[in-house]
Design a protein around this ligand. Structure first.
Ligand code: NDP
Length: 284
């Protein structure tokens, strides 16, 4: 029987632990979330972050700026938040409008408040194996992976996707956990064959049900990061969310698998809160 890794339940447990730590250690963590423009998906995401933060005892402030905000204006806000002692975490919601260079903005966030873990200093520290803010989605992947497979040493892992926010950092974390890691991308030859050798498959491609059931080795653990909205005309006539993996077919071969929704998704916010509490603790 395949184990369905319940990301929603694990995320709930983490949020409850954080609430206890905040109380027990008398911390006053603060998270500033910056949203530029009116992307509806980002608005929902930002609202969910604020709600989860308050439940964990984290104060959060939302800064919503108009879509035509200049890069200089955004950098001025980041500068103020860097200097604000009540703020332990700064999150600038991506994507940003065209006139703003995301890398410039990320580099302007103090590495000590970079709870997304995207700053070059934190990315560099992660690759050197030094303590750092670990990006939230990769951190969530590793927690869920360990739910199914506590001992990762020597396992063959494949990461599908090499983005800076998911693929590369999750590969670093797998390497730190002593896995033998393959990073695949759009130019990889024989992706199916590469997958079939893997004890662990982390799928972060952004293509609905791209990874087929027969790509999965018997007994492998599958962490599906993908969030894709597709038409479900046959069953409901509405749209639905699916991952990058064909869940029904992969479940027949995998030992454990994360569902979409309810897998990695809820972990991302829980890990953001975790990083914010860490930031508050480090600020003393
Ligand atoms: P990106 O678009 O930045 O990266 C996608 C990666 O997949 C690229 O490295 C690309 O390769 C690779 N890729 C694309 N097509 C193929 C293919 N045919 N074969 C092999 N590799 C391919 O995506 P993200 O990393 O930002 O996100 C990936 C998925 O995860 C998305 O569905 C996104 O919605 C989801 N996501 C979910 C989160 C959550 O909270 N659960 C958070 C963040 C993302 P190349 O580099 O060669 O172009």
């Amino acid at each position: 029987m395949v184990m369905i890794i319940d990301g929603a339940a694990v995320a709930k447990r983490i949020r409850a632990e954080l609430a206890q730590q905040v109380l027990g250690e008398k911390l006053s963590p603060g998270l500033a979330v910056v949203l530029v423009g009116e992307d509806p998906a980002s608005q929902v995401y930002v609202r969910n972050k604020s709600r989860a933060a308050s439940e964990a005892g984290i104060e959060s402030w939302q800064h919503t700026l108009p879509a035509e905000t200049t890069q200089a204006e955004l950098l001025a806000l980041v500068d103020n938040l860097n200097k604000d002692a009540k703020v332990h975490g700064i999150l600038v919601q991506l994507p940003l409008p065209r006139q703003i260079d995301a890398q410039t903005v990320i580099a302007a966030i103090s590495p000590d408040k970079d709870v997304d873990g995207f700053h070059p200093v934190n990315a560099g520290r992660l690759s050197l194996g030094l303590p750092s803010f670990v990006p939230c989605t990769p951190q969530g992947c590793m927690i869920l992976l360990r739910e199914a497979l506590p001992d990762l040493a020597g396992k063959r892992a494949i990461v599908l996707g090499r983005s800076n926010i998911v693929g590369k950092p999750v590969a670093q974390l797998l390497l730190q956990a002593d896995c033998t890691v393959t990073i695949a991308h759009s130019r990889t030859r024989d992706l199916a064959g590469e997958c079939r050798r893997a004890d662990i498959v982390i799928a972060a491609i952004g293509k609905p049900e791209f990874v087929k059931g027969d790509w999965i080795k018997e007994g492998a653990v599958v962490i599906d990061v993908g969030i894709n909205r597709i038409d479900d005309v046959v069953n409901t006539g509405k749209t639905k969310l699916v991952g990058d993996v064909d869940f029904a077919e992969a479940s027949k071969r995998a030992a454990a698998i994360t569902p979409v929704p309810g897998g990695v998704g809820p972990m991302t916010i829980a890990c953001l809160l975790r990083n914010t509490v860490l930031g508050a603790r480090q600020a003393g």
